[in-house]
Ligand binder design. Structure first.
Ligand code: AMP
Length: 314
């Protein structure tokens, strides 16, 4: 299979660039065959799994993948198994043509966009679950969410057989759980975690930001501003994680349109709450702004060689 054709030889013998077209694949069988062939040709396959409605956050993963892999497969699949019954599965944005155009501009080789029945045919019964990690934080607020995530990610890894698969720290718990699954199940794919892309005012990019009304969009900056408040306190010497979490929550409570679901400082490996900052932690939060649920986090790492100094990355 030809993954990419960007030049055409005219009858005159002259080479002419022609518009790059992203290969769009809708069936599992075809995707498996294409991936097998790329591997057989000795190519380094990259996968960027998404639910579509692509934004600059997704594109940062695509670019990280393009820098290391060829071909890069971007999957666009709104996974019904990771939505609770009262969640936004039906209204989740699905602008597939716009997504395809964005991927074309990025020179992505392959868009994998299977319909739900292709991924979950009638009679589907098998799930994968990462115990413990999947029950905390997002898992506690959204029962069954991570079981749906790990099941679809394992299927996507099986179908596309990537050497590297790219995830965003925006969904830090998800990335940690996927990494655990890859380790526990001896998967061949390396899991790469990329930084959070934010709007200029600090709001982390998310496909769900389109739900925000103008006043909610303004209020939504409270997530990153609250985390930044914690960053300032840490820079001033605060090491008490309980006090830091309380400070973040207070900042969120001060925003009338925002309601905190959870605010915690957790160990970056176990996702258990900590009482004092240690080697690598995350300040994680989930906040309803109006009826839209947003998540964000800040990485807090001990700066090497500097004793008890911590570096915060929003
Ligand atoms: P989603 O389409 O929301 O399932 O996200 C697909 C991938 O993009 C996940 O690995 C996300 O963590 C990542 N992602 C989403 N938003 C951002 C962002 N603002 N910055 C970096 N990565 C992101």
């Amino acid at each position: 299979m030809c993954w990419r054709a960007s030049r055409k030889i005219e009858p005159s013998g002259q080479a002419r660039e022609f518009l790059f077209v992203v290969k769009t694949i809708h069936t599992v069988e075809w995707m498996k065959q294409a991936a097998r062939q790329a591997r057989a040709e000795g190519k380094l396959v990259g996968l960027v799994p998404t639910m579509g409605a692509l934004h600059a956050g997704h594109l940062s993963l695509v670019r990280a993948a393009q820098a290391q892999c060829d071909p890069v497969v971007v999957s666009v699949f709104v996974n019904p198994k990771q939505f609770g019954p009262a969640e936004d599965f039906e209204k989740y944005p699905r602008p597939l043509e716009a997504d395809r155009a964005l991927l074309e501009r990025e020179n992505v080789a392959c868009l994998f966009a299977p319909p739900p029945l292709e991924m979950y045919p009638n009679g589907f019964r098998t799930y994968v679950n990462v115990e413990g990690l999947s029950e905390r934080l997002e898992g506690r607020s959204r029962p069954g969410h991570f079981r749906g995530v790990t099941t679809v990610v394992l299927k996507l890894l099986e179908i596309t057989q990537p050497h590297l698969a790219y995830f965003g720290r925006k969904d830090a718990q998800q990335a940690r759980i996927v990494r655990q699954m890859a380790r526990d199940l001896n998967l061949d794919s390396e899991i790469v975690v990329c930084p959070i892309v934010r709007e200029p005012d600090g709001l982390a990019l998310s496909s769900r930001n389109v739900y925000l009304k103008p006043d909610e969009r303004r209020a939504a900056t409270v997530l990153s501003h609250a985390l930044d408040r914690a960053r300032q306190e840490i820079a001033a010497g605060e090491r008490d994680a309980v006090r830091l979490a309380a400070l973040v929550r207070k900042r969120i409570d001060a925003e009338p349109l925002a309601t905190a679901d959870y605010v915690e400082i957790v160990d970056a490996e176990t996702f258990e709450s900590v009482t004092r900052l240690r080697r690598a932690c995350l300040a994680v939060l989930a906040v309803f702004v109006g009826s839209t649920r947003l998540i964000d986090n800040m990485l807090i790492e001990e700066a090497e060689g500097l004793g008890e100094t911590f570096r915060c990355t929003l």
